[in-house]
Design a protein around this ligand. Structure first.
Ligand code: BGC
Length: 255
């Protein structure tokens, strides 16, 4: 079965039809740049461009980089325009896509669900925490494979700062940090999350998961195992489609 997945990020909006049986993209993904300011209308137009690129007419699962309740309503918007807050993103995007069935889920939760089903968190019991390092830091917390939705561990306060302002990959770019310098910050952050949750496993997602060999060797003193996301930066797209399938938007899924 296929459902279309779209991952709305701070820098890019990317999507592809997802093969839900394999947990992988069915076609090469298409990406457009996130508009600035990333208002609801501008982002909805960009999502339409991505979906139209494939001529897709079935259900669509979307991620959003903020808290999302009920598969629809945006509650926070740290890295997109604040006018998203309290927007019914499902209604907005479905309307822009001519009424296609749409569901919306937090981006890190989506990536986590995909990793637990098909990637680095597969068959892992106990507490597993996926952290995505990108424009912000996203988190997905699992116990025995079950998600606690909408955790916001990127906004833990660390040494007097919002943690994602110190340790996201955007912070690496903004402060022109080397991989080693950035790894020191990531290590400090992981130690703090470990102190609070004692996970068995950290899965590192986001664009940096492709470059894990550049920074993971510099991270020391964390008791939990640390591995890069198996689906790398496609985990959000796959998880968005999985969420749509579970949420019942699958009425018109292609089989
Ligand atoms: C948001 C999270 C999101 C993360 C990654 C944070 O700023 O608050 O909801 O998962 O960025 O995009």
């Amino acid at each position: 079965m296929q459902i279309f997945g779209v991952d709305i990020g701070g820098s890019g909006i990317k999507g592809a039809p997802v093969d839900l049986d394999r947990g992988d993209l069915a076609e090469e993904r298409h990406k457009v740049l996130t508009p600035h300011p990333a208002t609801p209308d501008a982002v909805a137009d960009a999502v339409k461009q991505v979906v139209d690129h494939f001529g897709w007419t079935g259900p669509v699962g979307l991620t959003f980089p903020g808290v999302v309740t009920g598969g629809a309503t945006v509650r926070t918007a740290a890295n997109v325009d604040r006018s998203w807050i309290d927007t019914d993103a499902r209604a907005l995007i479905s309307g822009r896509l001519g009424g296609l069935p749409v569901t919306v889920v937090n981006d890190a939760d989506a990536a986590g669900v995909a990793e637990v089903a098909f990637g680095a968190g597969r068959n892992r019991r106990g507490t597993v925490i996926l952290l995505t390092f990108g424009t912000g830091i996203g988190s997905a917390v699992f116990t025995d494979g079950r998600l606690l939705p909408n955790t916001e561990l990127g906004h833990l306060e660390l040494d007097g700062h919002d943690a994602e302002k110190r340790a996201s990959s955007k912070a690496k770019d903004d402060h022109d940090l080397s991989w080693q310098e950035w790894a020191v910050r990531v290590q400090r952050y992981l130690a703090h999350v470990e102190m609070l949750f004692s996970p068995e496993l950290f899965v590192i997602g986001g664009g940096v998961s492709r470059k894990a060999h550049k920074f993971l060797p510099h991270i020391e003193g964390i008791k939990a195992e640390i591995v890069p996301a198996g689906l790398q930066n496609n985990a959000g797209i796959v998880g968005a489609a999985m969420h749509a399938a579970q949420d019942g938007a699958s009425g018109g899924a292609r089989s």
